[in-house]
Structures are given as C-alpha cells and as structure tokens.
Design a protein around this ligand. Structure first.
Ligand code: NAD
Ligand code: ZN
Ligand code: ZN
Length: 337
C-alpha cells in the first residue's frame, strides 16, 4: 500500500513528507494505522546526525499510538480494531531480560532492529522498489506502520491517542526511572534536571512514589510550569549556579534522588554533584549528544558506586532509549564531596 511518511533523507535536513510503499504484515507482524505520535529527543538526536548508529533514509518516530488494521499469520495477542502503543523495546516475555525483573530490554529482535530491519531481516518500507530501513523497529512518523506483534501494547480504547502515545517512550522512561530504577522512597527530596517529557515523567514518578519535595530544573519557564503541574514543589531556572542553589535548598547535603533528563554531559555531572552525601543516587536518563564510535558493547543498565559519570559508559547505557522501566545508569555520590 502507498502511505504518507516523514522521511529523513539526510542528517541535519528537515524531514520530507512523501509517499512510500508499505508491504503487508508477514507472519507474526501487525499493520497499525497511526493516530498520534510524540516527538522524542532521540528522534531529533538521530535526525541531527550525532547518533553514531543512525542511518538515512529512514522513517523516524517511536512514540506511536493507533489501531490495529490487519494482522499477519499466527498473531494472537491483538486483533483488528485494538488500540495499541508501539514499543521500540518489545516484550517477548521469554528471553533472559524479559524474565529478569531488573530490566525490560528484550533481546528477542534486537539485532535486526538495530540494523533497521524487521525480525526476518527485511523491511516492509520501500520507495520505487528500493528498501527503506525502519527506525527503532517502529517508524511511526507515518500514516501506517508494520511492527512485530511483540512490539505492541494493547491499551484501553478510552485512552485518547494524543495523550497515550507519550507512554510509548518519554513519559514511561521518566516514571520508570523514579519508580523502578531509583525506587524513590516516600518523603524523599528529589531533583529533576530537564523537564521535557522524560523529566516530566520523572517528576510525576517522584510524586507517585510519595516524594516530599521535587525540585525541577530547566531553561524554559513554560516547561517548568508543566513540571509544577506534574507535582514539582520547587522550580529552578538552569544556570551557572544551579548546583549551589540545589545544595542550598537542601541544607547543603543535596537531594536523595537526582534525575538527569537532558542528554548533556555537564548536566549529568550536576545530577551527581547534587545527589546527597552518603546515600544520594543519581539516575541518568539522557542519551549523550556526542557518542564515541568506539563504544560498542550492548546497552545495559549498570550501577556504579562512588564514581562520577563516565560519558562513554553513560552513553553505552542509554543509547537508543534503552528502556522505559530501566532508565539507564546510576551513580551513588558517596565519595564525591
Ligand atoms: N533512557 C531512555 O530510555 C530514554 C528515553 C527517551 C529519551 N531519552 C533521552 O532523554 C533525554 C530527554 O529526552 P526528552 O524527549 O525529554 O527531551 P526534550 O528535548 O523534550 O527535553 C529536554 C529538556 O532539557 C532542558 N535542558 C537543556 N539544557 C538544560 C540544562 N543545562 N539544565 C536543565 N535543563 C536543560 C531543555 O530545556 C528541555 O526542556 C534525551 O537525551 C533523550 O534522548 C532517553
Ligand atoms: Zn524515545
Ligand atoms: Zn524478551
């Protein structure tokens, strides 16, 4: 079928909305008609050319919400008409990672997905007979997408697509960082750096966990207002004195939990520097703006005690939005001050 999609033709250039071909879903695959899609910073990161694993042409987008149109052979978990979210990190429920509660970074289709292919090593997207690679296994900046069955989460038909789509990545990354990765305790003081969707999710997660104070930091007053709406008790405009201001606001000790959600190395450092002496925990959600090509180990989350953020490791842990429940990388700040 012919569909309209926003194609990244070249890094650093605007996406071009055009017609492309989308083949029928094969066995184990599903055709989804997209109704809404969020724009995650990771889409922009890849579009900019800074992502060393990026490629073009491709159809970006991974925060999709829509309805199942048709299903391929053997698909049993969804049927036409179901409302779904697209998952860049699928859930096969069988691999080592799916069965381990420490992560949800499914391993089932990872290799082909990273190369831009569906699990059988081919693409459903093409143009004039030339294959176009998929992005993050989703390619949701389009009218329709074909995804593996395990890369769909069924949602309530009552959930409005425009709000639900952000659960496909940004919002659940932030909420998961607070609830699952950091395991914020009731009564805690938290600081969240960056209040895009990931940071807003972290603010909401801290609130849901019963944090007493949530200090939100951003450059944008509008975003700080949104953070207030999600439960931030204090808001700070980011600047050269941010670290001092947070230390001052926390009796010189720092916050129990800090969250970085900008993708900036200097802010990752601030998150570590403002984590409380003794037991503070900094959780890095951001994907680094610059990643060294030599870093090639598979993404995993790791906990590193008493160590400042090492950019290459942080990038390894978070490249490609690794997970919505395991937001990346943590450092305890015990010996930093
Ligand atoms: N770990 C994961 O699974 C995962 C998932 C989604 C996104 N990400 C990454 O998380 C990061 C945030 O994503 P997003 O979609 O929310 O991005 P976004 O661009 O919507 O938001 C980033 C925010 O950071 C703010 N900011 C910039 N510089 C700052 C500074 N010096 N101090 C404080 N705030 C500053 C910006 O004003 C903006 O509001 C990106 O790096 C993205 O690639 C990771
Ligand atoms: Zn994302
Ligand atoms: Zn799995």
């Amino acid at each position: 079928m012919r569909i309209r999609a926003a194609v990244l033709e070249e890094f650093g250039s605007p996406l071009q909305v055009q017609e492309v071909d989308l083949a029928e879903p094969r066995a184990g695959e599903v055709l989804v008609r997209l109704a809404a899609c969020g724009v995650c910073h990771t889409d922009l990161y890849t579009a900019s050319g800074a992502d060393p694993s990026g490629y073009a042409p491709t159809v970006l987008g991974h925060e999709g919400a829509g309805r199942v149109e048709t299903v391929g052979e053997g698909v049993s978990s969804v049927r036409p008409g179901d409302h779904v979210l697209t998952l860049f990190s699928p859930q096969c429920r069988e691999c080592d990672h799916c069965r381990d509660e420490r992560t949800n970074l499914c391993l089932a289709i990872r290799e082909q997905q990273n190369k831009g292919f569906l699990p059988d090593g081919t693409t459903r997207l093409s143009r004039a007979g030339e294959p176009i690679r998929h992005f993050m296994g989703t390619s949701t900046f389009a009218e329709y997408a074909v995804l593996p069955e395990i890369a769909l989460a069924k949602i309530s038909p009552e959930a409005p697509s425009t709000e639900a789509c952000v659960f496909a990545c940004g919002l659940s990354t932030g909420i998961g960082a607070a609830l699952n990765t950091a395991k914020v305790q009731p009564g805690a003081t938290c600081a969240v750096f960056g209040t895009g969707l990931v940071g807003l999710g972290a603010v909401a997660g801290c609130r849901l966990a019963g944090a007493e104070r949530v200090i939100a930091v951003d450059l944008s007053p509008e975003r700080l207002e949104l953070a207030r709406g999600q439960g931030a008790t204090d808001v700070l405009t980011a600047g050269p004195t941010t670290v001092d201001e947070i230390l001052e606001a926390t009796d010189g000790f720092g916050a129990d939990y800090t969250f970085e959600a900008t993708g900036r190395v200097d802010v990752m450092r601030q998150a570590v520097e403002t984590a409380r002496m003794g037991w503070g925990l900094a959780t890095v959600c951001g994907v680094l703006e610059r990643v060294r090509r030599s870093v090639s180990s598979p993404a995993t989350s790791s906990q590193v005690a008493a160590s400042p953020v090492r950019p290459s490791e942080a990038s390894r842990a978070v490249t490609r939005c690794p997970s919505s429940s395991t937001a990346g990388w943590q450092a305890s700040s015990t010996s930093l001050r």
